[in-house]
Design a protein around this ligand. Structure first.
Ligand code: BDP
Length: 717
């Protein structure tokens, strides 16, 4: 016979049963609530493993947050939300550290944290850094999140919640974190009319019309999401900037947004149109060397800082794609940037001056132009200017070598611009995880100071000893319920933030974190999702632009294939200008016999890329015009290899879909269905890409499409 339960075990098992019921309740009630993707990676789903849940609950039985700043209030709420969701508990909020307390604070706001005397370690981590430790505290076992600033405490709290989300042990935490890059920005290409340039997830989140009176409450969830991954700045408006954003009424709107974002550590920046002194200021000129223009910018900066005391600064697209610039007055980019920088400097603001320029008078090869314009200006920019350079020298393609300006301007602070929104990567329809693309870029060796001079080290300032550092991602957010238009596009927002904080993280580790937080804690589900994500970028490259190919996208939309496209407006907007298909072969000759773009890089890269044999196959057509019969490393001819890559990419989309189908039931049905529908479209479109491109190139190669029977006919155009 079973012995009767002692009152103690009865109590415990009763509590367990109650908890199990609650969890069961969540388990059943939860799917009934539509899973619409709104909660992103902050879902805080219940921990189903009872032992783990009990261990967590014991470690986090009370919360001690002594500071009362808005940021500390936010972190307390976030911890409460997270613990309620994951553990079903509402820990006591206390002023005393007891067994299982979580203490969060700064030495300035919390006497208990000050008593730890961690000042030296904390000062090494800077104001955004934090310590996260488990330790004996006045005879009790406690967990501590400490930082010099409330914002660092918020970042540390999110870190703790991430550990719980990933179901990791909290037993002996000894974590010290600080961001490697100081300014981690999202650039929103949002227009004042609510549309978003290259936005594929609805309209702008900002809702300019009801501002400043009403700030859309959704902004707070945007800010939470940003803070959870360390993003600390948002450029609110499109780089093709409407000058009106700098008028009083819009500045008041921006100030209202800044007020909402501030407690989450997200500073506001604005894109400035260099023609503003003329267009909204009524001056006869916008010449940056004209004293009246200089005065106008100074007064404008003063006005902005009266409204937004922590305003970050200006992002500027000048002398590019129809935007006005200093060149209109015979001035250089440095003269233009410095004029704005002088206005912002007294307030601590910065200028992010974009190097996305390609004036065709500069060079016949578009990708060489920015380097030729900017490199001679190295050392001429003020200390509070960043030159913001896209990752590659062309324009956010599925694969490009890194931009040669990284490594070429040692006396200038360089910021990187990545594109989170998938302009040339399948918009919000194709599943493409961009972590591997960004890692390829960040880990690229510029050889500026010999081996190991990676782009990441240029960016974090360590290579040249610059005090400030910055990275920006062109946002993929909009007012669609799921923020990004595709449940998997959320991973790119997440990965941008995580890699901006720490470029040494691996794309796989970031994807795994995201998958667990966003989809499921089942190891089986996570491993399938991971394998889909990790291969997705290479798959996309294969069925769109394999082997270093570029310039096959349709005009303007940049979504569908159109390898023969001719744009009457500009030669360098035409597909043929890039892919150069002819009877001899395919690709752009950028060797010393061609445009000599290879020599914009430091040795040994030119040697590697100038010759066909050592050139890595992924850059082949970027640097070479390759004959159709050229023997590849595989022994296949170049034409056969091209066919194989297109075919392989399209096939892999089918495999991706099969993998997703095997996840049915392992993730919630609502989002499963959405992804399934998108994958179906992706499979069809990948086949279309393959067929359209191969048929077009076959018109030049006159060779049979290898493996044709395997795919031609299903979705031929
Ligand atoms: C291109 C986009 C265009 C942007 C431009 C830029 O097609 O919409 O305005 O870049 O970055 O990729 O300025």
């Amino acid at each position: 016979m079973k012995p009767p339960a002692s009152p103690k075990t009865l109590g415990l098992s009763f509590r367990r049963a109650l908890l199990a019921l609650c969890l069961l309740g969540w388990g059943t009630a939860f799917p009934a609530r539509a899973e619409d993707g709104y909660r992103l990676w902050l879902r805080y789903e219940p921990v189903r493993d009872e032992t783990l849940r009990d261990a967590y609950s014991r470690s986090l039985s009370s919360l001690v947050v002594q500071g009362r700043s808005p940021t500390e209030r936010i972190l307390l709420e976030e911890l409460q939300r997270g613990l309620k969701g994951m553990l079903g508990i509402s820990p006591r909020v206390s002023e005393k550290v007891l067994e299982g307390s979580l203490l969060v604070g700064t030495p300035g706001t919390s006497p208990l944290v000050a008593g730890l005397k961690w000042d030296k370690e904390l000062s090494q981590l800077g104001k955004d850094g934090y310590l996260l430790r488990t330790l004996p505290f006045q005879g009790h076992r406690a967990t501590v999140v400490a930082s010099l600033s409330p914002l660092g405490c918020l970042y540390g709290s999110f870190h703790l919640l991430r550990l719980l989300g990933a179901r990791q042990s909290l037993d002996s935490l000894q974590i010290a974190e600080k961001p490697r890059i100081q300014r981690r920005l999202l650039d929103h290409w949002d227009n004042l009319d609510g549309t978003i340039e290259r936005g594929y997830a609805g309209k702008s989140l900002w809702k300019w019309n009801p501002l400043p009176g009403r700030v859309d409450p959704r902004i707070l969830d945007y800010a939470r999401a940003c803070a959870s991954i360390g993003i600390n700045g948002a450029v609110l408006n499109n780089v093709n900037a409407d000058p009106r954003v700098l008028t009083g009424p819009y500045l008041e709107k921006a100030a209202a947004l800044a007020g909402a974002l501030r407690p989450y550590g997200v500073r506001v920046y604005l894109s400035a149109n260099t023609g503003a002194p003329k267009v909204i200021g009524g001056l006869p000129t916008a010449d940056p060397l004209d004293p009246a223009v200089e005065k106008w910018w100074k007064e404008k900066a003063d006005e902005i800082y009266r409204l937004i005391p922590d305003f970050g600064g200006f992002l500027v697209k000048a002398g590019s794609e129809g935007q006005p610039g200093p060149q209109d007055y015979g001035r250089t980019h440095a003269q233009g940037a410095d004029c704005l920088a002088r206005a912002l400097a007294p307030h601590g603001g910065v200028v992010m001056w974009r190097a996305f320029v390609y004036d065709d008078a500069v060079d016949a090869d578009r990708i060489k132009r920015a380097y030729k314009e900017f490199k001679p200006l190295d050392g001429k920019f003020d200390a509070n200017v960043f030159v913001q350079v896209k990752n590659g020298p062309l324009d956010f393609q599925p694969r490009e070598p890194f931009h040669p300006l990284f490594g070429a301007m040692p006396h200038t602070q360089l910021a990187a611009e990545l594109q989170v929104t998938q302009e040339c990567l399948g918009h919000s329809t194709h599943l493409v995880y961009l972590g591997p693309l960004w890692k390829e870029f960040l880990d690229s060796d510029t050889f500026e100071k010999g081996p190991g001079s990676t782009v990441a080290r240029v960016l974090d300032g360590s290579l040249e000893g610059h005090p400030d550092s910055a990275i920006a991602g062109v946002a993929n957010t909009g007012d669609d319920r799921d923020w990004c238009g595709h449940p998997f596009a959320q991973a790119n927002w997440y990965a941008f933030g995580r890699l901006a904080w720490d470029p040494s993280l691996s794309a796989q580790a970031v994807a795994e974190e995201w998958a667990r937080l966003t989809w499921s804690d089942s190891p089986q589900a996570v491993s399938k999702i991971l394998s889909m994500m990790m291969g997705s970028r290479e798959t996309y490259v294969d069925y769109t632009t394999p082997l270093g190919l570029n310039g096959v996208f349709e005009k303007d939309l940049h979504y569908a294939p159109d390898p023969g496209m001719v744009d009457p407006r500009r030669l360098d907007w035409s597909a043929a200008y890039y892919n150069r298909a002819d009877e001899k072969g395919l690709g752009f000759d950028r060797t010393r016999h061609g445009s000599d773009a290879v020599d914009q890089y430091h040795p040994p890269l030119p040697g590697r890329w100038n010759n066909l044999k050592p050139c890595p196959e992924e850059y082949l057509l970027w640097f070479h015009h390759v004959s159709w019969g050229y023997r590849m490393k595989s022994g296949r001819t170049f034409w056969e290899e091209l066919c194989l890559r297109y075919g392989r990419g399209a096939l892999e989309t089918r495999e991706m879909k099969q993998q997703w189908e095997s996840l049915r039931g392992l993730v919630d049905g609502d989002r499963w269905q959405v992804v399934e529908g998108k994958l179906e479209q992706q499979v069809k479109e990948a086949a279309l890409w393959r067929d359209k491109c191969l048929h077009y190139f076959q018109g030049f190669s006159h060779r049979p499409i290898a493996g044709e029977t395997a795919w031609i006919g299903e979705n031929s155009p």
